[in-house]
Design a protein around this ligand. Structure first.
Ligand SMILES: [Zn+2]
Length: 432
């Protein structure tokens, strides 16, 4: 098994340096191995790394004295009980930010990627980065204080934004979007966030930023389906978003726009999409698309949940449009399944939550359009964590940077020590 307990992979640097997981020349690589194994005895580690006992002991001492691992005795009938070393998932925190165009979710996670606390706020990104990020900073500071968390133990920040992010950290400037999000493309978001961390009491920690859909896929994968290596995640709400995990990696593509299924035009429709093309699923099969098709009959509907409530109340026009949306999305998902042969397709978002009609339509159309062998190896399923997938993904995005073996080694050499207290917040870890 090559994945960590949380499903992540040992870092390339660690593997290249070592050849064998855990054999890198620092304690960080050994920590990766302990996480991969879900806990290990000294003997397990010596066997897995071929390192001498003195070397393993020295690295374990460093990890333990800096709070990265905790140990307990394994009960045994006779003889001296061996010590089991485990990653101290309670030793620190991650700040999680999931920014939508009008709604932002914020959370705090532990180092196991579990949410300890979360909140949300209506924040319109068109207010510009200065105003929006100022409010995000204030809300995070309040959340950290309310949970009684010592900000010195915040080790990283994960961020999702509603658009592709270049490797430079800039959001991609889309030629057709000169309005709301344009100011966001002028700046490196991680730098802006790093600037307000001292006001929360957080030190100089990694700030990782990616497209919201990629975080959503990461969150679904690591939280609900860590054993799966290939999955597609489609979020169906007032807008559509899609993220892909292939061979246990989030797929970003050349400019971070992989999985942009919602903007594949359909030649049978000439409805103008906000992306500038005609006939995208985003324009016809999203909550907004359904509201537009309802016309005046939509009344004052603003949310996916309002649409689902009308559907459940038996409104035939809404039921009909929901079914048509399911068909359109089924065609898209069928194409994605044929392209990627994923084990799972996870459908999330408020429009799909507990919406059997929509899910059944997507499933039957998608499966009718793929090779029978592919159909028999792929499952289409509703999300278990739905609107929190982006927060979980942000936690795991940050975690990857924080627990990279090289980062751990640098942290230890700089004297970083994790918390070994069991704070009240940990006892309140939210149920997944
Ligand atoms: Zn489009």
């Amino acid at each position: 098994m090559s994945a960590f307990a949380d499903g992540s992979q040992p870092s390339t640097r660690g593997r290249l340096a070592a050849g064998v997981p855990g054999r890198g020349d620092g304690p960080g690589a050994l920590l990766s191995l302990i996480r991969t194994m879900g806990g290990a005895t000294r003997r397990d580690l010596m066997r897995a790394t071929n390192l001498a006992r003195a070397t393993v002991d020295a690295r374990l001492d460093m990890l333990a004295s800096h709070g990265y691992v905790v140990h307990r005795e394994v009960p045994r009938a006779k003889g001296r009980p061996p010590q089991m070393f485990e990653f101290n998932e309670s030793g620190g925190y991650l700040l999680c930010i999931d920014m939508g165009s009008s709604h932002t979710r914020l959370g705090i996670a532990d180092l196991g990627g579990r949410l300890v606390a979360h909140t949300s706020a209506e924040l319109d990104l068109s207010m510009g980065p200065g105003v929006t990020l100022g409010k995000v900073g204030t809300l995070l500071r309040e959340l950290v204080r309310a949970e009684g968390i010592d900000p010195r133990y915040v080790l990283g920040v994960g961020v999702g934004v509603p658009g592709p992010v270049e490797l430079t950290g800039h959001m991609v400037r889309l030629p057709f979007d000169a309005t709301a999000l344009a100011p966001w493309t002028e700046m490196v978001i991680s730098q802006e966030i790093r600037a307000f961390l001292p006001a929360i009491g957080v030190g100089d920690v990694p700030v990782e930023v990616d497209k919201d859909a990629n975080n959503m896929a990461l969150g679904e994968w690591r939280t609900s389906w860590p054993e799966v290596r290939d999955l597609v995640v489609l979020k169906v709400g007032m807008t559509l978003t899609c993220g892909i995990v292939a061979n246990a990696e989030t797929v970003r593509g050349t400019i971070g726009m992989a999985g942009d299924l919602e903007h594949i035009p359909d030649g049978t429709s000439d409805v103008m999409c906000r992306c500038g093309q005609r006939g995208c699923a985003e324009a016809t099969a999203s909550g907004r698309g359904i509201v537009r098709l309802l016309g005046p009959a939509a009344g004052s509907i603003h949310t996916s949940r309002e649409l689902v409530a009308l559907q459940n109340a038996g409104r035939q026009d809404v039921i009909q449009l929901m079914r048509e949306a399911g068909r359109r999305l089924g065609v898209l998902i069928g194409t994605a399944i044929s392209t990627l042969n994923p084990q799972l397709v996870v459908i999330g978002g408020n429009l799909a939550e507990a919406n059997t009609l929509l899910l059944d339509e997507i499933r039957s159309v998608a499966m009718s359009r793929v090779h029978p062998l592919i159909a028999s190896s792929t499952t289409i399923i509703g999300s278990k964590i739905s609107d929190q997938a982006g927060l979980y993904g942000a936690a795991h995005l940050a975690l990857r940077a924080v627990l990279d073996p090289a980062s751990v080694d640098v942290g230890i050499s700089n004297g970083r020590t994790l918390s070994v207290d069991r704070s009240p917040a940990h006892r309140r870890v939210l149920a997944r």
